[in-house]
Design a protein around this ligand. Structure first.
Ligand SMILES: NC(=O)c1ccc[n+]([C@@H]2O[C@H](COP(=O)([O-])OP(=O)(O)OC[C@H]3O[C@@H](n4cnc5c(N)ncnc54)[C@H](OP(=O)(O)O)[C@@H]3O)[C@@H](O)[C@H]2O)c1
Length: 295
């Protein structure tokens, strides 16, 4: 069965600190080094910022909601004594990447880790789909991520260390009915990142695609499927980030978080493409809000 999520409490035995001592091999060192996290105002991005700051990294935080970024920046400064740079930008608008990187350069910041996390999805039938929204999804999930990657990666290659984590999704493994643009955008992220992983690895740099399954964030409210989390087994953003950093430590080209998500991704490889995509209709068919809130 595809997308058969099961509940699992991820083993928390591996302390973040020890992960980072080893991940330091990827980044050379983590304290006093700078990471840029997009989509840091909530969910997985905010957790990346917290965990990285907890290990001494300075953070460039970007998203549209400046109030949330400022709150997070204060929290990180107070709790972890790290430096932060808040850059409020809409990454689906032209020139946003240039403006962010200009602010970074103006502060003489050398980035050693990029977390391309900002993204959104939409669940719905073709007739209820806003074309402009789909184009802005392509702009954010694909174009901005591509531009940031190509603008940051050469610097990492020159340093001979560092990493890029591109947040894809477990839906990157297959086409998904009722989420065609979102699943295709994440397939792009997965293929793009894996190809760059192969190119970069001999230069000491890791490019990893992170493929979470259902994660308890604002994602489903934004995607128009608020009842989804009540029906699906899920992970916390903290669990996803911890697994991601363990994967980075192992210099993985991609990482599916949650073993049940991994199994479903394998099932999608074995079955015919027709079977895979028609099966997704059962799991992703939009329902009325009332239906989604049931069970
Ligand atoms: N939650 C899941 O189940 C799940 C599963 C697989 C993959 N993912 C992926 O994980 C990533 C993070 O999502 P999340 O689950 O943490 O959801 P989230 O809580 O909704 O976070 C999305 C982040 O992206 C930012 N963002 C959205 N549109 C933006 C824009 N135009 N410009 C700049 N920033 C923008 C949002 O900030 P502002 O609104 O402040 O701009 C927010 O910080 C996404 O790429 C998503 O596709 C999520």
């Amino acid at each position: 069965m595809f997308f058969c999520y099961d509940s699992l409490v991820i083993g928390l035995g591996s302390a973040v600190g020890s992960v980072w001592l080893r991940t330091a091999g990827v980044l050379e060192a983590y304290t006093e080094r700078w990471a840029l996290v997009t989509g840091a105002s909530s969910g997985i991005g905010a957790e990346f910022a917290r965990v990285l700051a907890g290990n001494g990294m300075h953070l460039v935080l970007t998203a549209r909601r400046g109030d949330l970024l400022e709150e997070l920046a204060q929290e990180l400064q107070q709790q972890h004594m790290v430096q932060t740079l808040v850059v409020v930008e809409d990454l689906s608008s032209p020139g946003a990447v240039t403006r962010i990187l200009d602010r970074v350069a103006a502060q003489d910041i050398t980035l050693e880790l990029l977390v391309n996390n900002a993204g959104f999805g939409f669940v719905g039938e073709v007739t209820e789909t806003d074309v402009e929204l789909m184009l802005s999804m392509v702009q954010l999930n694909i174009s901005a991520l591509t531009e940031l990657t190509y603008r940051v990666l050469p610097g990492l290659l020159e340093l001979g260390h560092g990493a890029i984590i591109n947040v894809a999704s477990v839906v990157a493994m297959q086409p998904v009915a009722y989420m065609p643009v979102y699943s295709a955008s994440k397939a792009f992220v997965l293929h793009f990142s894996e190809a760059l992983w192969a190119e970069a690895r001999d230069h000491g740099v890791t490019v990893m695609a992170l493929c979470p399954g259902t994660t308890r964030t604002e994602f489903f409210d934004v995607a128009g499927a608020p009842g989804w989390l009540k029906k699906k087994k899920s992970q916390t953003a903290r669990q996803v980030v911890k697994e991601a950093l363990r994967g980075l430590e192992r210099r993985r080209s991609y990482l599916v978080t949650g073993w049940w998500n991994y199994l479903s991704s394998l099932a999608a490889r074995i079955a015919t493409r027709k079977t895979v995509v028609t099966q997704t209709m059962k799991f992703f068919r939009p329902r009325s809000t009332g239906d989604q809130d049931d069970s």
